[in-house]
Design a protein. Structure first.
Lengths: 259, 425
């Protein structure tokens, strides 16, 4: 087991190094200062940016740490609100097959809409660009949790519900002690998908609205064709995405149960 | 049109202010007017208080500022030079304002955050306040435009693979970018194409692309060219992906481009703040006009907080000494220039083009719209207060460097429009 793990890590590191080497070799062929930057140039930019992650030179120039924090803040608000709404809606849909069938066509129509398509409408109606961005996150994290919760609740073993009925539990106690714990693994799986798609959406939303955030940062550096910063930001976005997923992955492992 | 016309808005706002001051608030005013009738009230007031001299913008010092902390939106292009540089170079501070300049990602966005009130005043393309006031391509919100930012300063840039192209007639089938539908860029590009018999709606494709994204699109081959604000023309040369085909001053010398604009509501609710902001902008514009200051300005605009561009590129744009991408170094001192005066005739020309290309379907009183949005008289008075020279007339005949109908007479807009062979009406 231990040896197997070591072998995987070694192989993974080798792949990474090979990729970096290939990248550097390919970009070294270009004339200096032109074309796609190599890993060394990106590394230099990364060092520079990580040295002062929280500097603030005014509304249009902030450190990478502040940009990421702004994005995570937006993500947090949008995702938490969406999750609460989606779990409540999902429980209702899961408990009532009639309601589920009645609502399902609408959900199916709304689900495939790119959350960004809502942006002009939100801007027009809410009249606030940062709230619109949060609503975009809301829309992108609503559906996976809703669908998973509904599925999780609908497939709870009948026995559990029957026992709850025999014990004459109040609907609240039934919800808290039986339904939610039983559906928890499915709900958390939904939350995990949601936070991933929300993180994907936030970058695009921030490129549209401007202001502060990692998406805006990418856009601002793109204007200057500063590709080293863009590549570094892409890596940062990826790493944060992994972290978010890992947190929820850990949560889902704790909530898993065997019957 | 002549110089004696006033911008009714500012005059009215001033009279209201005087009435309020003399008669002790709205209650006093209403009681007084009820007693003697509006006409008599006006006459009585005029006798004790010279209205003309009281116009808000004619005062030497603005009254107490209604609001000190302002947000002003901008798009990162050299056209916005006075609006942006007024922050790092202290022109807003000089007039008692604490201004944050906020970078916006596209013209649609700058329109929406301005309409929503997230910014107090804003950088716009000069056709935008006209279009928004008319409710064309936007919800209808009354806007005013007290100052033009820059004149000239745009260019048609083509992809390097089109180096052989010598006339617009060879551009059939091209994909062009312009910053926004309601932009001088769109109207000038259409003008150039149509003069060479290329129908801009049928023979080429013109798309709205936010200026900062143009070079990347040109490089990717997504666009064959664009008529765009700088620094993105010069940046394309710098990146060796394109060349400058034509400067916009060779289409219409002295054409307006970007503008300083605000909701009419801002002027009415905060006349003093509005005036102080306009003063700061006019001061900055005057400073930018002097070619000796251009290098210093390029350095002030270059940081990430503002244009986020190499200083070298900005210097090439602002000084007018630049490589054109075809191997020549050109020296065109008025490549970009800064002149704030918003001639009504500029607005009328823009409206004729909006009609010509079908953006504006309804009949429109060119002159009235121009007077309501382009505050020529207000700008003149503010310029004079600052000791700057301002033109006498509110409208002039504009002469083009290119085209069959070279002279635009603002008194005959319909005739002018009908003189074009290619048009949508």
């Amino acid at each position: 087991m231990q040896r197997d793990r070591l072998r995987v890590i070694g192989f993974s590191a080798l792949l990474g190094l090979a990729f970096l080497f290939l990248w550097q070799a390919l970009t070294s062929v270009q004339p200096a200062g032109r074309g796609v930057p190599g890993p060394l140039a990106v590394g230099a930019t990364a060092v520079q940016m990580l040295a002062h992650p929280f500097y603030n030179n005014g509304p249009n120039d902030k450190g990478i740490g502040l940009q990421l924090a702004a994005s995570l803040g937006r993500l947090g608000v949008g995702w938490v609100v969406a999750s609460v709404v989606a779990i409540m809606g999902g429980v209702a849909l899961g408990l009532s097959p009639t309601l589920y069938r009645a609502v399902n066509p609408y959900v199916q129509v709304l689900k495939p809409i790119s959350p960004l398509a809502w942006m002009p409408l939100f801007l027009y109606t809410i009249k606030d660009s940062s709230q619109s961005a949060i609503l975009v996150i809301f829309m992108s994290s609503l559906w996976p949790t809703l669908a998973n919760t509904a599925f999780g609740v609908a497939t709870i073993k009948r026995d559990y519900l029957n026992v709850a009925a025999i014990l004459q539990l109040s609907w609240w106690r039934r919800l808290v002690t039986v339904i939610l714990p039983a559906a928890a693994p499915a709900i958390v799986a939904g939350l995990r998908i949601s936070i991933g798609s929300a993180w994907v959406a936030i970058v695009a939303a921030e490129m549209l609205i401007g202001g502060t955030g990692i998406g805006y940062f990418v856009w601002n550096e793109w204007n200057n064709l500063a590709l080293t910063s863009v590549i570094f930001a892409i890596l940062a976005i990826g790493l944060i995405g992994v972290l978010l997923d890992a947190v929820l992955g850990r949560l889902s492992r704790r909530l898993a149960y065997t019957e | 049109m002549n110089g004696s016309e006033t911008d009714t808005l500012l005059a009215e706002a001033a009279e209201r202010a005087v009435e309020l001051a003399v008669l002790g608030g709205r209650q006093g005013r209403r009681a007084f007017i009820e007693r003697v009738g509006a006409a008599t009230a006006g006459a009585v007031l005029a006798s004790v208080f010279p209205m003309g001299a009281a116009r808000v913008l004619a005062q030497d010092k603005p009254g107490p500022l209604e609001k000190r902390d302002l947000k002003i939106g901008f798009i990162p292009i050299t056209c916005a030079t006075p609006i942006i540089m007024a922050e790092p170079m202290g022109f807003y501070k000089k007039h008692g304002l604490n201004v944050q300049v906020l970078k916006a990602s596209s013209w649609a966005m700058i329109r929406d955050i301005s309409i929503n009130g997230e910014t107090d005043a804003t950088h716009m393309l000069s056709p935008m306040p006209l279009a928004i006031s008319l409710g064309v391509g936007s919800q209808s919100v009354p806007y005013v435009m007290p100052a033009v930012e820059n004149i000239n300063g745009q260019a048609i840039t083509l992809h390097a693979k089109h180096k052989g192209v010598k006339t617009a007639a060879e551009m059939k089938g091209f994909k062009f970018g312009v910053p926004f539908d309601y932009s001088m860029h769109n109207f000038l590009l259409r003008y150039v194409l149509a003069e060479d018999g290329v129908d801009p709606d049928r023979d080429v494709q013109i798309r709205a692309v936010p200026p900062p994204e143009m070079v990347a699109n040109l490089r990717a081959g997504n666009l064959d060219g664009y008529l765009a604000p700088d620094p993105f023309n010069q940046r394309a040369v710098f990146e060796e992906v394109g060349f400058i085909y034509m400067l916009s001053k060779d289409i219409w010398p002295g054409h307006p481009c970007c503008a300083f604009a605000a909701k009419r509501e801002f002027v009415e609710k905060m006349p003093n703040t509005f005036k102080a902001t306009l003063f700061a902008i006019l001061d900055a514009t005057q400073y930018a006009r002097d070619r000796a200051h251009r290098k210093e300005i390029a350095a002030a605009l270059a940081p990430r907080n503002f244009l986020n561009q190499p200083v070298e590129v900005l210097e090439q744009v602002l000084t007018g000494v630049f490589p054109d991408g075809l191997g020549n170094t050109r020296n065109v001192p008025d490549r970009i220039d800064f002149d704030p005066f918003p001639y009504h005739s500029m607005a009328v020309w823009i409206l004729t083009q909006m009609k010509r290309w079908g953006y504006l379907k309804a009949d429109v009183n060119y002159r009235k719209v121009a007077e309501e949005v382009f505050l020529a008289a207000g700008c003149r008075e503010a310029m004079r207060t600052l000791g700057q020279k301002a033109p006498e007339g509110n409208a002039v005949k504009h002469t083009f460097a290119l085209g069959k109908t070279r002279v635009f007479d603002p008194d005959k807009p319909e005739d002018y429009m009908k003189s074009f062979a290619i048009r949508r009406v």
